[in-house]
Design a binder for this molecule. Sequence first.
Ligand code: NAP
Length: 253
Amino acid sequence: MNLDRFSLKGKVAVVTGANTGLGQGVAIAMAEAGADIVGVGRSDMSETEAAVKAQGVRFLPVLADLLSIEPIDRILKEALDAFGKIDILVNNAGIIRREDAIDYSVEDWDDILNTNLRTLFFLSQAAAKQFRKQNTPGKIINIASMLSYQGGIRVPAYTASKSGVLGLTRALANEWAKFGINVNGIAPGYMVTNNTKALRDDPQRSAAILDRIPAGKWGEPADIGGAAVFLASAAADYVHGFTLAVDGGWLAR
Ligand code: NAP
């Protein structure tokens, strides 16, 4: 097979939550594969910017708070002003808050659903409209979770949002595959990022999780890079609506 089909050379990838964790891992992997990167987030992205530029591609930071959908038009405008087009959207930004379901607050519920699902949908919609306007194919990759498949413990809003991400990935693929837009997901297992700090700081939970991972180790941000590059590339042109687990075998247990 011609490995050029896995290349992202000349593509422009918008990655949300690109300053740290999995978003940073995806941005760097896509840069290694040749894509220019638009990093979208609310925190300083200079670390990611340096790592991306070290690959000889361009990086545009767009500061935006994705708790609301208000910045979406500006995100697209800044990306288009800089690069003239977009080819790939990675909906990675997400939050988690832990509390017993019986005590879960409306504020936490709304913040999580707004960030993890509402913004993800409307940013996807904006990207899809742009792909159609450009008359180009497009790739949308949604970051799901093990809690797209399982109930989880003390994270009801997160589970609801990530189960929603899995369903929405299928729903959007159904409608947009005919436009040459691939909508797929990646379901990371237990990865070493800020998202899982509380779990890793709890010796009992941490040991129980590790014991259940067939690979015998937590994942690192770089571990989802290969799946992200594949799903963003021409090699995945006929892959629609599927969420690929990168989980050290967790779901196989
Ligand atoms: P992380 O280090 O906490 O990263 C989350 C990213 O989302 C950060 O860049 C964060 O920015 C950004 N973000 C959150 N709220 C935002 C907002 N209102 N506006 C703009 N950006 C915002 O954790 P991570 O593990 O890399 O998480 C990335 C994605 O993977 C999330 O969707 C998460 O649910 C998912 N995931 C993670 C795991 C895991 O084991 N780590 C497993 C399954 C799925 P700040 O740095 O400014 O907060």
